[in-house]
Design a protein around this ligand. Sequence first.
Ligand code: AMP
Ligand code: ZN
Length: 116
Amino acid sequence: MRNQDCIFCRLASGQLPMTKIYEDDELLAFPDIHPKAPTHILIIPKDHVVTSIAAMSEANQRLLGQMLWRAKLLAEGQGIAEAGYRLVFNVRRHGGQEVDHLHLHLLGGRRLGPMA
Ligand code: AMP
Ligand code: ZN
């Protein structure tokens, strides 16, 4: 399902421009438009499956595993795996989530500070 009002759905359907870093049948990865680190990649399901981790059901577990596995492989591909990186799911308002389409942040390329 794609949602016309959702910015990530619009990116996934090609209605908004985006530099693809990775794509398969289910997932898409692209650079964050406001990078917080030298490497800042967003990994999303192409479909508007759920808004966030908080909205997931048990049936979405496999998708979550795929996102995390893809993040690991992308970190290796980006050459940041050895030094280390951070994976972040912001969840709803208190978690700082701005886009209500499940996404995983992959951040690296510099030593990241303590989490807020
Ligand atoms: P979150 O705060 O976890 O919801 O993260 C949403 C992220 O999406 C933010 O880091 C934004 O910079 C990023 N973002 C918003 N619009 C775009 C876009 N058109 N292309 C790439 N990244 C975007
Ligand atoms: Zn969406």
